[in-house]
Design a protein around this ligand. Structure first.
Ligand code: HEM
Ligand code: HEM
Length: 186
């Protein structure tokens, strides 16, 4: 496989770190109804996700000229679906924790990270707003889960329908020196 057909190592590492954290926090979120003691853990992991997602976005912009070209041909419907899904995944991985933070503030609490520090309180207490933000937070989380499902199905479809194994493109297994990375035009 040519070096330029893989994502830079920083993109792959952040992809899998966030994949584990996001899927884990979705599961914890769904358990909250029966296991209220998990709420502090859920909020703390969510805050870590917010910070990591911001780092991921900044890194994605930093290495934008080193990304492998899409496996879908530019201008095709699959190319459009892929780019829209990736863009929406970024939007939702930021929106979900942000809304969780705001919901927590509106419920009258500070968003604490493992009791070590708290994020600034941006909203004052409001029962109605807290309900709304809770619903929006749940909606973004469900949207995220649905998109993750589609994203994995997309990778599977490439394998089964087109015979392309695209997984190695995002696996951080074989590192290569940066000098070998072919810089692609924007
Ligand atoms: C929380 C879960 C996930 C999110 C938010 C996510 C998001 C993304 C995003 C945004 C990209 C584009 C590269 C980038 O900008 O980082 C990407 C690439 C990719 N993801 Fe995921 N991903 C997730 C989980 C998974 C899982 C479980 C798989 C397993 C099949 C997977 C397989 C891939 C593959 C193969 C690519 C490379 C696509 C290509 O060939 O260009 N992802 N992912
Ligand atoms: C990407 C990160 C996050 C994901 C995927 C996520 C996901 C979820 C899910 C699935 C639920 C259950 C929703 C339902 O079925 O009603 C939930 C509830 C909740 N989450 Fe998050 N969450 C994230 C980040 C956060 C953060 C950062 C905070 C606060 C600092 C937070 C605070 C809450 C609270 C307070 C609830 C209970 C909501 C209610 O009772 O209406 N979440 N979350």
């Amino acid at each position: 496989m040519k070096p330029s057909s893989r994502y830079p190592i920083s993109v792959s590492l952040l992809h899998w770190l966030l994949a584990i954290a996001l899927i884990g926090n979705l599961v914890i979120g769904w358990l909250l109804d029966d296991r209220e003691e998990l709420l502090a853990l859920h909020k703390s992991i969510g805050i870590a996700i917010l910070v990591l997602a911001l780092i991921r976005l900044a890194n994605r912009l930093r290495v934008r000229n080193q990304l492998p070209p899409s496996v879908n041909k530019t201008g095709t419907a699959t190319y459009f679906v892929e780019s829209t899904a990736h863009c929406l995944l970024y939007v939702l991985m930021l929106a979900a924790p942000l809304l969780g933070w705001l919901k927590t503030n509106a419920a009258g609490h500070a968003a604490s990270f493992f009791g070590l520090f708290s994020l600034p309180t941006l909203l004052s207490r409001s029962h109605e707003l807290s309900n709304w933000l809770g619903k929006l937070h749940a909606m973004t989380a469900y949207g995220l889960a649905a998109l993750i499902g589609l994203h994995v199905l997309g990778a599977l479809a490439h394998r089964l329908l087109r015979g392309h194994n695209i997984l190695p493109r995002i696996l951080p297994l074989r590192q290569r020196p940066l000098s070998k990375v072919k810089h692609l035009p924007d």
